[in-house]
Write a protein that binds this ligand. Structure first.
Ligand code: FAD
Length: 469
């Protein structure tokens, strides 16, 4: 009987334990992707980017005589229908850790058992299963550094090679056309502008890893903080859709460390931040929606997403160059430099006194590397309400931060056209990407600061002190 390979966020052929498991079952393998709620609720950019990944994987599977079957509906029903249509005797998939995914997958496992269909989930999205990393007293890690120390010397099994062949069924079940799903529909912005900044698919991801390990890793420790420099791997986009595995990244980092590459250990540490975020989401799923530390629930943040300050922040028109450059970079490219993410998040939650949830929601919609756990942790870390967070009273000054990490101010020049006699293409592309309804033009005057930085800072500190007393 055929085996269904239910692909979700593991859109790759190499190091895919679920794919290997499906092949090992011995019969034909039918790879399937289901457009269910987990896709329907994705933000605009993430959904669009998912479509690019599916197109790439579909083409790769076809080139090796296989296919990617696309179906729409509740995963449970779609799988049952496919089992009926194909007579499949087993379903394999890679585990996910979002609370909704866990509930859905458990339900599906039970249902498949009732149908006498073998159901098998595999590890692969993270390096370490969340229940395998425990503190000495038995709980999960709430602080990053001890978690790093606990996992850094762990044995990580070798990555699995891509199969040479995927056995095909005699006849294929019907598949939706990817275009019919219109995954890019919610992208208000010019998708062509954003497309130029994506590195899509497994081969491209491997190329990126190769480039990083061949060059950039040496300077990573310093360069990673410089927003105008291409000093990081850029792999978050690929890790999000599973176009590359964390294990492939880990081993590449270990090899670089073994040959003495200066930044390699630091890079491995960043991969473990991703683990930390996923583990926290698994053990404390409220991190996605509520202040991780309850005592922050009453902080007087505004949740008015329609406030003109919030609009100015989203549109990169706060009058603070570091913030505005970063917000425009995200809108155009779908990603934002890590230091810039911390700066814009701090500015929103402190200088503007707006709830981190408002910022998180905008990131959900704009990021092509969107990851529920890393995004929530990043926001709560910056806002001060999260685990192992930066203290609220440590308020980034976006002016001195720019001088420190981008002394030439190349980052704002790259992204802010207003006021430049000959703005670069990146800065102009922002105006091609934004909806006309925003009514913005590169000929506008660059706005004055919407909030005076020292007044904003004082107001935030006063609110913090009032809460303390
Ligand atoms: P590199 O520096 O090359 O690091 C390698 C990998 O390590 C990354 O690809 C990523 O998977 C992981 N990593 C690095 N830093 C972090 C971190 N701080 N937290 C978790 N994982 C990390 N990352 C996402 O992948 N998706 C998000 O939605 C996301 N939202 C964020 C929101 C805020 C407010 C903040 C402060 C951070 C957020 N991050 C998010 C983390 C981080 O900014 C990105 O992972 C990083 O910028 C990706 O660039 P890179 O791939 O070049 O990273």
């Amino acid at each position: 009987a055929p085996t269904l390979l239910w692909l979700r966020r593991d859109l790759r052929l190499s190091d895919n334990a679920a794919l290997c498991g499906a092949i090992a079952a011995g019969g034909p393998v039918i790879p399937v992707f289901i457009h269910d709620d987990s896709v329907a609720t994705l933000g605009a950019a993430a959904r669009w980017r998912l479509g690019l990944s599916l197109a790439d994987l579909g083409a790769r599977l076809r080139a090796m005589g296989s296919r990617l079957i696309l179906r729409r509906g509740a995963a449970e029903q779609v799988l049952e229908t496919l089992i009926e249509e194909t007579g499949a005797g087993a379903v394999h998939w890679t585990r996910l850790y979002e609370p909704q995914a866990i509930v859905r997958d458990k339900r599906i496992k039970t249902r498949l058992k009732e149908l006498d269909v073998h159901a098998e989930s595999h590890a692969g999205h993270v390096l370490f299963e969340p229940w395998t990393v425990e503190t000495k007293s038995g709980g999960f890690y709430r602080v990053y550094s001890p978690m790093w120390r606990a996992v850094k010397d762990r044995e990580v099994p070798d990555a699995l090679p891509a199969p040479g062949k995927i056995p095909a069924p005699e006849s294929w079940p019907q598949s939706d056309a990817l275009e019919a799903w219109q995954l890019g529909q919610a992208m208000q912005r010019g998708a062509e502008v954003c497309a130029a900044h994506q590195t899509v698919g497994e081969e491209a991801a491997q190329g990126r890893l190769g480039w990083f390990m061949g060059q950039a890793v040496e300077d990573y420790k310093d360069a990673r903080d410089r927003p105008a420099v291409r000093g990081t791997s850029g792999l978050s986009e690929n890790l999000t859709y599973g176009e590359i595995s964390a294990r492939q990244c880990w081993h590449a980092g270990q090899r670089a460390m073994a040959r003495g590459a200066a930044g390699a250990e630091h890079w491995l540490k960043e991969l473990v931040w991703r683990e930390f975020a996923t583990h926290l989401m698994y053990h404390t799923p409220h991190i996605l929606t509520d202040c991780w530390r309850e005592e922050w629930d009453n902080f007087p943040w505004s949740e008015d997403a329609g406030h003109p300050h919030v609009t100015a922040w989203k549109q990169g028109r706060t009058g603070v160059p570091f913030v505005d450059a970063a917000m425009r970079q995200m809108y155009v490219t779908g990603t934002m430099h890590n230091r810039a993410r911390m700066i814009v998040a701090s500015y929103l939650t402190k200088h503007l006194m707006v709830h981190w949830r408002v910022g998180q929601a905008w990131f959900d919609d704009c990021l092509t590397d969107w990851d529920a756990a890393s995004n929530a942790m990043g926001w709560q870390w910056t806002a001060g309400s999260g685990p192992d967070a930066a203290p609220y009273f440590r308020i980034f000054n976006p002016v001195t931060q720019l001088d420190k990490f981008d002394p030439e101010h190349a980052y704002p020049r790259a992204w802010i056209a207003e006021g430049q006699r000959r703005p670069p293409e990146t800065a102009l592309s922002y105006f091609e990407a934004i909806p006309k309804s925003w009514g913005l033009s590169p000929d506008d005057a660059y706005p004055a600061q919407i909030v005076d930085l020292s007044e904003g800072r004082e107001r935030a500190l006063a609110a913090y002190q009032a809460r303390e007393s």
